[in-house]
Design a protein around this ligand. Structure first.
Ligand code: MN9
Length: 293
């Protein structure tokens, strides 16, 4: 499983002005990220507006990305859904299109009991030959017991790891207690160096789309033992993230990419259009990123 260590862009899903998925821009953005040196892509998750796409669109996104990049980089497909059957259909598609692993957020809305959530993961894991990355995102899904799910399933041989999008870095470290072989990905980009310090093997994030080189610098310096350098690189990244957060992370990242010449359009409703102040800030950030300052 250790070949999956590294830094992955949570790939954004570009849209045309009429709201349809822009598959050509999707491939362009994906290649841009991989050419920058990132390890791979996490496709169809929060950043990819996965829950604002239909199941058919999510599968088509996997098909297009698999065709363009399978075998060239590591590809993870987020197949999480509140319906197990829907998640399984997407997992089978991801396998067919050459993805390396599937990932899923815990099913939400109905406050399913722990046993139901364990069964959801076990069912998805049994449905294909692909390994699973649990997507632990308690702030969004409301499920706070992922350690218990991992405890129940880590020795199935099909659990690759965990994408840990939580400020609770004690929990991140505890996942490694079940097995050193589990690959743990840090999910909040603004805490990457902290996550790595607590044992994460890499990261998956949305801001990697706009500043892949700076994220790589954090990771490379950290893995070489240059902790001060990694902190300095994190500070540079966080200066950008701090200006993005007040206006909406995904709307801002999309506008920055538009400004950088990657036409990704806007986010789908009910995300609101970016405010004028947000647009101005996005433009300024894009100028800075172009200069590499
Ligand atoms: O996938 C992303 N998580 C969410 C990871 O958006 C929920 C992060 O990359 C954040 O967008 C980022 C800003 O908070 O760390």
């Amino acid at each position: 499983m250790q070949k999956y260590k590294g830094v992955y862009a949570a790939l954004m899903t570009p849209f045309h002005a009429d709201g349809s998925v822009n598959y050509a821009a999707l491939v362009e953005l994906a290649k841009h990220n991989i050419d920058a040196g990132l390890t791979g892509l996490y496709v169809g998750g929060s950043t990819g507006e996965g829950f604002l796409l239909t199941e058919e669109e999510r599968i088509e996104v996997f098909r297009v990305i698999g065709k363009a990049l399978a075998g060239r980089c590591n590809l993870f497909a987020h197949v999480g859904a509140i319906s197990t059957d829907s998640a399984i259909r997407m997992a089978k598609a991801a396998e067919e299109f050459g993805f390396d692993a599937v990932s899923a957020v815990a099913p939400f809305y109905y406050a399913f009991p722990l046993e139901a959530i364990k069964a959801y993961y076990a069912d998805i894991m049994q449905s294909t030959g692909l390994p699973m990355i649990m997507y632990n995102f308690p702030n969004a899904g409301g499920f706070h017991d992922m350690t218990k799910v991992v405890e129940a399933l880590y020795d199935s041989g099909k659990l690759l790891g965990i994408k840990h999008t939580s400020q609770n870095l004690f929990e991140l470290q505890q996942f490694k207690q079940f097995s050193r072989d589990l690959v743990v990905f840090n999910g909040y980009d603004e805490m990457l160096v902290a996550g790595l310090s607590m044992g994460a093997d890499g990261g998956i994030g949305s801001t990697y789309n706009i500043m892949p080189h700076w994220i790589l610098e954090i990771y490379d310096r950290f893995t070489k033992g240059d902790i001060r350098g990694a902190q300095a690189a994190q500070e540079r990244v966080n200066a950008v993230i701090a200006r993005i957060l007040p206006y909406g992370v995904f709307q801002m990242e999309k506008e920055i990419l538009n400004q950088l010449g990657l036409p990704v359009g806007e986010c789908r409703r009910p995300f609101l259009p970016l405010s004028d102040a947000g647009k101005q800030t996005a433009k300024e950030i894009a100028e800075e990123l172009k200069k590499g300052v």
